[in-house]
Ligand binder design. Structure first.
Ligand SMILES: Nc1ncnc2[nH]cnc12
Length: 206
């Protein structure tokens, strides 16, 4: 029998932009289709920037916020497509200039060790009292997006939206809670379990 674990892909149409994402096992019983936005080129970046900007523009954001790492290219492209200039990055690890950053700790049971996100206090004036949309590449568990929304609120920002390229499965619905109403997305991907032949199949309901 041929081992398909490394060769299977999942096709997703990102609003007219076809992608064949590699299906990557997380463990023997569970796999995801991996979208690495930084490997998909600038045309894809421009495309998703326009798609998300169209959905986000009616929310009249003053500023776009993107969590590191893969939220950064999304924030840049959406900011550009909206005709804005400044954007704000939430960092994962303290940079030299972030010794006194505003911090939010993630209590995620799925992530190893303690995770946190950080906001440079110098960026607070860009957020405080402003209409903010947080963008990211994928929402799956929802825990990092939720943390980003809470950190923006801690900094005095008004969350008027959250935008992702892909929603993945459904766990994020419960984790985001009332913030689900803020979420806009371009496409959806399921998660995968092996069938009797060892071929990855979408898990029903994801
Ligand atoms: N399918 C996916 N692709 C890229 N990043 C992810 N993070 C969680 N799920 C992901």
């Amino acid at each position: 029998m041929t081992d398909q674990t490394n060769s299977q892909t999942w096709h997703v149409d990102v609003q007219g932009y076809p992608l064949d994402l590699p299906i990557v096992p997380i463990n023997p019983d569970f796999a995801i289709s991996l979208m690495m936005v930084i490997d998909l080129g600038v045309k894809f970046g421009e495309h998703i920037g326009k798609c998300l900007a169209e959905k986000i523009a009616p929310l009249r954001p003053d500023i776009i916020v993107g969590p590191a790492t893969l939220g950064i290219p999304v924030a840049i492209e959406v900011t550009r497509a909206l005709g804005l200039d400044q954007y704000v990055v939430l960092q994962k690890s303290p940079k030299l200039h972030l010794s006194d950053a505003l911090e939010y700790k993630l209590t995620s049971i799925t992530s190893k060790g303690e995770q946190r996100i950080l906001l440079d206090r110098a960026a607070i004036p860009l957020i405080k009292g402003r209409r903010v949309v947080v963008v990211d590449d994928v929402v799956a568990s929802g825990s990092s997006l939720k943390a980003a929304l809470e950190l923006v609120r801690e900094a005095g920002g008004e969350i008027v939206g959250a935008g992702v390229i892909l929603t993945e499965a459904q766990e994020w619905r419960e984790v985001l809670g009332d913030d689900v109403e803020h979420l806009v997305s371009v496409a959806h991907i399921p998660q995968f379990a092996p069938d009797a032949d060892g071929t990855w199949q979408p898990i029903s309901g994801t």
